[in-house]
Design a protein around this ligand. Structure first.
Ligand SMILES: [Zn+2]
Length: 434
């Protein structure tokens, strides 16, 4: 008889495996951090904890493939501005003043709480004082790909030294929740020499490299003026791109750019809400998918979205392309759910660990309560998760085999305290601004 730590019964299970296996009434057995049983029949077993998932859909935890978790402190602080005005006159000066280790610890904790409450079980982060974000992840039980943002220009937001991120990489090189990465902000804010040093470090240590590419036309024109090439062509010319590159945005790509990204096997992250809100443009996701690129989804930072709800991101993604292409079949619910789960894991290089529910993978899963008016009746769970569900429908979250959120209550996190702490920071920001 098998002894599980957790047995889940009575669930509609979307595995998101390569065959898109679905169980109408299935069972999941978890031992330690691993899924050791998944099937339609109850195994001969006992369990420490049995979760009855009646009226719930179970799916892999969502993967937010690009965010800036420390920016929750700037949520809504400046909106309805052009990207460069927003960055130069608001975000970067505020970051210069308020991005401290103490504030990032509070802000990233709020981001992690918000992400778990809306079904994200892994996030890929680009921010400063990453050590504090990693400590929050360990404390709460969140999985994350984390790296210290490195930037040459403008120097005012450069908070930490190269030594800091090297030490971070060494500290978390064998962790069960944290995957270290290297995070150059973008080709326009990092020098060629810095980018080449980063590429070398990535090659030597097999580390993912997380970078914004071709977010706006201004950026593309800036790089063209400097080099005569598009950002993708430029990065390829310095031998920067490979399967470890996590290319965020990719809004303005030429056919040649797409071809280069495909040849170099680069993973793509699309952040449509941020691109819409900042009027950066709309990345041609269907074209990228058709070309064979792996495209995932990220919310981008909470100051440019302004939330971290991946359900919203999935819903918007599929709808904007239907409208843009004037073709309601150009993308579908299953495809966008892949973008939010298994494609995220592939782009981050962790699909051996997470991204789908399969025996042998880490138990990272979410339960969505569908016994609600806006989710009734249910003919197709894929459609429901894409077109009806919201982050707030997430009921229970398991990460790395541990129950983190049960019936929308955190088991270890004092959410009231986190919200009070961030309120205090916002009071300071308000006083400074006015
Ligand atoms: Zn970003």
């Amino acid at each position: 008889m098998i002894k599980f730590d957790i047995l889940i019964k009575n669930a509609v299970i979307l595995t998101m495996d390569s065959k898109m296996t679905l169980f109408d009434n299935g069972f999941i057995g978890i031992q330690n951090d691993i899924i050791t049983y998944l099937g339609a029949t109850k195994p001969n077993c006992s369990a420490e904890e049995i979760i009855d998932a009646e009226n719930n859909i179970i799916m892999p935890g969502l993967i937010n493939s690009h965010t800036h978790s420390g920016m929750t402190m700037f949520r809504g602080v400046a909106d309805d501005l052009s990207l460069m005005n927003w960055l130069n006159n608001y975000i970067w000066p505020l970051e210069d003043k308020f991005v401290t280790e103490k504030n990032v610890r509070i802000a990233s904790k709020l981001a992690i709480a918000e992400m778990i409450l809306s079904g994200t079980t892994t996030f890929n982060d680009m921010y400063f004082f990453t050590g504090t974000t990693a400590e929050n992840c360990k404390e709460i039980g969140m999985r994350a790909v984390l790296g210290e943002a490195v930037i040459d220009f403008p120097a005012s937001v450069k908070k930490t030294s190269e030594k800091y991120f090297i030490e971070f990489i060494e500290k978390y090189s064998n962790d069960d929740l944290i995957i270290p990465s290297i995070v150059p902000h973008s080709p326009y804010s990092c020098s060629k020499e810095l980018l080449q040093r980063i590429k070398l470090l990535s090659d030597e240590n097999n580390l993912p490299v997380h970078i914004h590419i071709s977010e706006t036309l201004d950026e593309v024109n800036l790089i063209k003026d400097r080099t005569g090439m598009t950002p993708v062509e430029y990065l390829d010319s310095i031998d920067f791109l490979n399967h470890r590159t996590i290319a965020v945005h990719c809004v303005h790509l030429t056919d040649n750019d797409i071809n280069i990204l495909k040849i170099r096997n680069v993973g793509i992250v699309n952040s449509p809400e941020s691109n819409l809100k900042l009027a950066s443009g709309i990345a041609e996701v269907p074209k990228m998918i058709k070309s064979g690129l792996t495209v995932s989804l990220g919310t981008d930072g909470p100051a440019s979205n302004n939330n971290l709800d991946m359900f919203e991101e999935m819903s918007i993604t599929v709808k904007i392309h239907k409208a843009l292409y004037n073709d309601s079949t150009v993308m579908n619910a299953r495809e966008v759910l892949k973008m939010g789960t298994i494609n995220g894991a592939k782009v981050l290089g962790i699909n051996n660990l997470t991204g789908s529910l399969e025996v042998g993978k880490k138990a990272d899963l979410i339960m969505i309560d569908v016994k609600k008016p806006h989710l009734t009746p249910m003919y197709d769970p894929y459609s429901h998760l894409t077109y009806c569900a919201k982050g707030s429908d997430v009921d229970t979250v398991i990460i790395n085999g541990k129950l983190i959120l049960k019936k929308r209550k955190f088991l270890k996190l004092d959410l009231e305290k986190v919200m009070l702490d961030i309120k205090n920071i916002s009071n300071e920001i308000n006083a400074y601004k006015n």
